[in-house]
Design a protein around this ligand. Structure first.
Ligand SMILES: [Zn+2]
Ligand SMILES: [Zn+2]
Length: 395
């Protein structure tokens, strides 16, 4: 237990909060890994420090889902990737992987004075949604936020929720063909618009759910969904002659996506080829800064975006998983679009991030001890993200 005691002391100092969670810590040098086990007493309680109640911790990062990829990972409680930045009590959501609505409800990011005794609602404070890219493991529960959200606080937002996500890719990518294999052209889905952007996707989802949406408004008295959520395609600055199939993340300065009284959100293109557009986002608040890598291989654009940030939330993929690919071409394909665990520390070091937070972990059931390789080349703090973990911004 001595390791747990010293580790939980460190956790208390960091005020790292996990609701209804045990925070078990494996300290290794300056690295520590935290894991949450719903239903147990918290390590913070063990050393006499009561965890703050949900919704009362000030500006902070909240990890909602820390798994990556379109797989229901066995043997873990990691859900699909999603996170939130809470700034001045408003909630800014990053990606909508599987389970995002349920996790938001569990996190219950509602200030104490607005919390309802029966814990109804939950989305009242939502102000923005930012989609890094349109792979399904980042969007599968996007429209769930609209449809279920309606009944869980969305109808009570103070101002419409702004959604920002990638626009149309513009052209289909070539068919990936490993050397020596024969190319076969798969059928094209929705040929009149085979690479829809966020606004298109939202409109298609409205159409797909028209029966339900019309029923809820006509028979259920729900307010107009379109008045509650405003959707925007992000328009990155692209160079002349840009070709998404050649250089999907041309060198660029970070550009502004959204600014309000609580946050300034900037973005850059990252390299998740052949997916395009794929963004990293930076949230600057009066209390500190959080950067999300999105899905990417090592990206110089991201390093520029994340310069001197407080928290860098970066994707990671294990070598075991990469090596499972059946061919060298398959492995290269993965390495061109994701960041291996022993390279992510150097990214954090190169941008000067104070704390590196691993999320979008592939595989989702990767053992913590393998993820500690992320410390390589990095002397800052390493956090192995778990669902519902909250990390305060210090100001
Ligand atoms: Zn992903
Ligand atoms: Zn992806």
């Amino acid at each position: 237990m001595s390791e747990t005691t010293s580790a939980s002391t460190k956790l208390s100092r960091r005020s790292l909060l996990g609701k209804s969670s045990t925070i078990a810590v494996a300290a290794a040098g300056s690295a520590w890994a935290a894991s949450c086990d719903t239903g147990s007493e918290s390590a913070a309680v063990e050393d006499g420090t009561a965890p703050a109640s949900p919704g009362s911790q000030g500006d902070r990062l909240v990890l909602l889902g820390t798994g990556g990829g379109p797989i229901w990972w066995p043997g873990t409680d990691r859900r699909g990737f999603a996170a939130a930045v809470v700034a001045n009590e408003k909630v800014y959501l990053i990606d909508c992987g599987a389970g995002v609505g349920e996790r938001l409800k569990q996190a219950y990011l509602v200030p104490p004075e607005k919390q309802k005794p029966d814990r109804s609602g939950g989305l009242e404070q939502l102000r923005g949604v930012f989609l890094t890219h349109l792979h399904s493991d980042h969007t599968i529960d996007y429209f769930n936020l609209f449809l279920y959200g309606w009944f869980n606080g969305l109808r009570d937002v103070e101002s419409p929720v702004d959604v920002y996500g990638p626009g149309r890719r513009g052209e289909l990518e070539p068919v990936f063909t490993p050397p020596g294999k024969k190319a076969s052209e798969p059928p094209v889905i929705n040929p009149e618009n085979p690479t829809p952007g966020t606004v298109d996707m939202t409109e298609y989802l409205y159409q797909a759910y028209a029966l339900d949406v019309n029923d809820r408004m006509r028979d259920g008295g729900q307010p107009n969904l379109r008045d509650l959520v405003h959707v925007h395609d992000i328009d990155p600055p692209l160079p002349q002659g840009f070709d998404p199939n050649e250089t999907p993340a041309p060198s660029m300065d970070p550009f502004l996506v959204h600014e309000d009284e609580n946050v300034r959100v900037t973005a850059t293109l990252v390299d998740h080829r052949p997916m395009f557009p794929a963004f990293g986002f930076r949230f600057d608040t009066p209390s500190g800064s959080v950067v999300f890598s999105g899905d990417t291989c090592r990206s110089e654009n991201l390093i520029e975006l994340a310069r001197d940030c407080d928290l860098l939330v970066h994707e990671v993929i294990s070598w075991d998983y990469i090596n499972r690919a059946s061919s060298p071409a398959g492995r290269n394909h993965l390495l061109q679009s994701h960041t291996p665990v022993d390279q992510v520390g150097r990214v954090a070091a190169d941008c000067g991030a104070r704390t590196l937070v691993l999320a979008h972990i592939v595989p989702g059931n990767c053992p913590d001890e393998k993820l500690l390789a992320a410390q390589e080349g990095y002397t800052g703090e390493l956090v192995i993200g778990r669902d519902l973990m909250q990390i305060p911004l210090r100001g």
